[in-house]
Design a protein around this ligand. Structure first.
Ligand SMILES: Cc1cc2nc3c(=O)[nH]c(=O)nc-3n(C[C@H](O)[C@H](O)[C@H](O)COP(=O)(O)OP(=O)(O)OC[C@H]3O[C@@H](n4cnc5c(N)ncnc54)[C@H](O)[C@@H]3O)c2cc1C
Length: 443
């Protein structure tokens, strides 16, 4: 089997209905177009069929069928990271793999492949524990962990994938397996940040972390204060403890005035956080300040990202420094037609040794540039503004895998030696290329 799309015998796909308990949708079926659509509506996702697996046995039966019949499988809980590289494949939806077990004594969660981050946070919070949530509560834990994953609490605990202790998978031959660092160190390494090329994950086991108190929220000002806000952000992040994470945001929503914000989480009490964030109190009065003690289940409210599907065009980068020149460049012009420009403070445990495909993140900040595409002219204008900022700011050569965008490749995320190792693991575990990820390592 190759990576090229090949026509699949429709009879073979119809045959799936008698083999699986979950729904099988073929072109022309009611609901097919809705089921194949990814979360990012700007991405066209052509597929030969959609399978909504009812359980792990369905996944195993589908993969066995694909391997025997000769077609590829694209696995997706939601498609936040969809790239449209799905032509000629069967789209496997994992949302019904929704079991979630928390073991508070062992500080561990077993998380089905369809479970969203917000559900883990809600289940862990009553025990004074937390998973490693990203900015959005509706992104799946499995999807983000397979790409390494940047969490609010990564400065304290590293990549989300660093906290994965085991995975239940269906391998490319259709066999169910439990993968740990001791049973299969290569596959375990690849699955902790190397993407979805090597096996279908049915559940991940994740170490939870103590979080008896969380202080967080957003402080928002009019855009005219951006230079002073950025200056305060740089001062705070220059020597912040690992428990404190700040993100700087330039925002320009349609129909609203441009604004600037600092988003904050502190894995600790309010008094300590307020002292660390004192430079914000010396700024002009904000338009709003949502900082408060909050349950870890509410961390997704801080940035208030849309939880329903919508179109987006993003570009991620890593900043090698944020000196006076970079700060000036960032603020030189309005961000329009972008909606947001986000700087995430990294460092802390992100920079610690990590036995994962990306390895440690040495860069101090991640940059995320987001706009809404539309007409070809508008789409080009959004991409041009992203290019302009990326070309003039001091950006690194690699990017976090989960911040890759359509058109980019795994080679934009991994160093050459890591990519070679991932490719060897792919060839060994999936010689027929049954499993097709959004950013294939063999592309
Ligand atoms: C609003 C928004 C907020 C985000 N916030 C963050 C953030 O804070 N931190 C961060 O790191 N990233 C973030 N991301 C990026 C996100 O992590 C990626 O889009 C990632 O792909 C997860 O999205 P998903 O759960 O929808 O997975 P999908 O996009 O559905 O899947 C992505 C890929 O993961 C693989 N995959 C998924 N499930 C499986 C499985 N069970 N078995 C095998 N392979 C699988 C497949 O290769 C698939 O193509 C964000 C994205 C959006 C749109």
């Amino acid at each position: 089997m190759s990576t090229a799309s090949q026509p699949i015998d429709p009879n073979a796909l119809r045959d799936l209905r008698s083999r699986l308990r979950g729904r099988v949708l073929l072109p022309g079926d009611t609901g097919f177009d809705t089921a194949r659509r990814p979360w990012n509506l700007a991405v066209e996702q052509p597929v030969a069929a959609v399978v909504e697996a009812a359980d792990t046995a369905d996944v195993a039966a589908l993969v066995s069928h694909a391997a025997a019949t000769g077609y590829g499988i694209s696995t997706q809980p939601n498609g936040h990271g969809a790239t449209g590289r799905t032509a000629g494949t069967v789209l496997l939806r994992t949302r019904r793999l929704d079991t979630l077990d928390i073991d508070p004594a062992a500080r561990r969660a077993r998380i089905g492949a369809g479970v969203a981050s917000g559900r883990v946070q809600a289940a862990a919070a009553p025990h004074g524990l937390t998973g490693l949530p990203g900015s959005s509560p509706v992104v799946s834990v499995t999807g983000v962990a397979l790409g390494g994953g940047l969490s609010w609490f990564g400065r304290a605990h590293g990549w989300i994938a660093d906290s994965v202790t085991a995975l239940d998978v269906v391998d490319a031959g259709g066999r169910e397996r439990h993968v740990t660092a001791t049973d299969d160190p290569d596959l375990f390494w690849a699955l902790r940040g190397g993407g979805g090329d090597y096996a279908v994950v049915t559940a991940v086991e994740l170490a939870l972390h103590p979080a008896p108190v969380l202080y967080g929220g957003r402080v928002l000002w009019r855009a005219e204060h951006a230079p002073a806000v950025l200056d305060a952000f740089r001062r705070i992040t220059a020597d912040a403890p690992d428990a404190l994470t700040c993100w700087f945001e330039l925002l320009h929503f349609p129909g609203a005035d441009p604004m600037v914000a600092v988003d904050v989480t502190h894995l600790g009490d309010e008094r300590e956080a307020r002292a660390l964030l004192a430079p914000l109190d010396r700024l002009p009065a904000p338009l709003g300040d949502s900082r408060r003690i909050m349950p870890v289940s509410e961390v997704g409210t801080i940035t208030a990202e849309p939880t329903d599907p919508g179109p987006g065009l993003s570009r991620g980068e890593l900043l090698t420094e944020l000196d006076d020149t970079a700060a000036k460049t960032l603020l030189a012009d309005p961000i329009a037609p972008l909606l947001s420009v986000q700087l995430r403070h990294l460092g802390g445990a992100f920079a610690h040794p990590s036995d994962s495909p990306h390895g440690p993140l040495a860069e101090p900040y991640a940059l995320y540039l987001f706009g809404i595409p539309g007409t070809p002219e508008r789409t080009e204008a959004v991409a041009a503004r992203q290019r302009e900022l990326a070309d003039t700011l001091p950006v690194g050569r690699r990017k976090p895998f989960t911040f890759l965008a359509p058109g980019e490749t795994a080679a934009d995320a991994f160093a050459p030696a890591a990519l070679e190792r991932l490719r060897a693991i792919k060839r060994h575990h999936d010689p027929g290329n049954v499993l097709r990820s959004n950013f294939p390592v063999l592309a």
